[in-house]
Design a protein around this ligand. Structure first.
Ligand SMILES: NC(=O)c1ccc[n+]([C@@H]2O[C@H](COP(=O)([O-])OP(=O)(O)OC[C@H]3O[C@@H](n4cnc5c(N)ncnc54)[C@H](O)[C@@H]3O)[C@@H](O)[C@H]2O)c1
Length: 317
């Protein structure tokens, strides 16, 4: 039984990763500040599921609180860190820049400072947004990512750079995962799938940015979790992996999948691209396939079906 620290354990991806570790009998120390960026009730509901496991310990903490964080880590001594906590969201970063600097940069730095002492493996979340406005499709890990177009993306690239420096200096194995629009049951209510679904159910119009011409490479959460566990189990030097569906979907098709599952036709407001948004994401996943055995199996149509089934049940209870 190994001891893992999962930051952002009440968050969407953190919840799934923590649960998978707990299910296989490992010990998980979860940290989350339960911030109100989106429904705290949803975070609590996820966390309540984790709390049922005797091998789960939760600490309600903000990663920027360095002394408290170090006290917890001194006591718990996790050997492997899965750092998923962050302020996510491209659009929100235009209005709330400092929370990104605090959570994504300072929060990460605090963990890196700790990790140099005794951590055997450090896995962290990056994002497809680091590819910014890159025109070369699909995006490969070896592509240059020096032109972020949102502060969120800049802090994710900053996370990768800080991790690289700490790996170089202190030799801690570091693996960064560039997630591409991860979705599924228990997913984030601020992301398109559930904002659209909510509006459709409430018979309110949906805002379709980029006049519906955007393409997104979606990743179903359950396809992705085994790849994260592989990274946690296998310390590598310093590596970056794309985790994406490898099959971009047109926004209008995505909307039609949701409409079908809800049995409604959405009223659509076609709007220009929002500042900071990228027109297309598309992951080259050759490296993750080869090294992590990553294989996205769930079609977006089926993934939306699974997600909407959860949405109907969760929000009707
Ligand atoms: N979901 C996606 O499509 C996606 C895509 C690219 C990258 N990512 C990255 O993956 C990671 C997980 O994303 P998610 O979708 O699960 O987001 P999420 O918002 O559901 O989870 C993040 C969790 O971290 C917590 N948190 C935030 N700041 C914190 C702090 N300072 N201290 C302690 N806890 C804090 C939040 O309360 C939240 O529960 C994030 O790093 C995100 O940037 C996600």
């Amino acid at each position: 039984m190994k001891k893992y620290l999962v930051t952002g354990s009440a968050g969407f991806i953190g919840f799934y990763v923590a649960k998978a570790l707990l299910d296989r009998g490992d010990e998980v120390i979860g940290i989350d500040n339960m911030n109100p960026y989106y429904s705290v009730t949803l975070k609590e509901d996820r966390n309540d599921i984790l709390k049922k496991y005797p091998n789960y310990t939760f600490h309600y903490l903000d990663l920027v609180e360095r002394e408290k964080l170090f006290d917890i880590l001194k006591k718990e001594k996790p050997k492997v860190i899965c750092h998923l906590a962050a302020q996510a969201g491209v659009r929100y970063s235009l209005e709330n820049p400092y929370v990104y600097e605090q959570s994504n940069l300072l929060g990460t730095l605090n963990l890196l400072e700790w990790s140099k002492k005794s951590v055997k493996n450090f896995v962290f979340a990056s994002s497809s947004s680091v590819y910014g406005g890159n025109r070369k499709i699909p995006f490969s890990e070896s592509d240059r990512v020096d032109n972020p177009i949102s502060l969120y993306a800049a802090t994710k690239k900053g996370t990768e750079l800080m991790a690289h420096a700490y790996h170089h200096l202190f030799k801690t194995p570091m693996t960064g995962l560039r997630f591409f629009t991860v979705y599924g049951p228990w997913g984030r209510p601020d992301m398109a799938l559930y904002t659209f679904a909510r509006n459709m159910v409430q018979k309110e119009p949906i805002e379709v940015y980029g006049y519906g011409k955007m393409l997104r490479d979606f990743t179903f959460i359950e396809d992705m979790v085994p790849a994260v566990l592989n990274c946690l189990d296998t310390p590598r030097g310093y590596e970056i992996y794309n985790l994406g569906g490898n099959s971009p979907v047109k926004l209008m098709d995505f909307i039609s999948f949701i409409e079908k599952e809800l049995g409604v036709t959405a009223e659509k407001m076609f709007l220009p691209m929002q500042p900071g948004d990228v027109r297309e994401t598309y992951a080259n996943i050759d490296k993750a396939r080869r090294d992590l055995g990553f294989e996205p199996k769930t079609s977006v149509k089926n993934g939306v079906k699974r997600s909407i089934a959860w949405f109907k049940k969760y929000y009707s209870d």
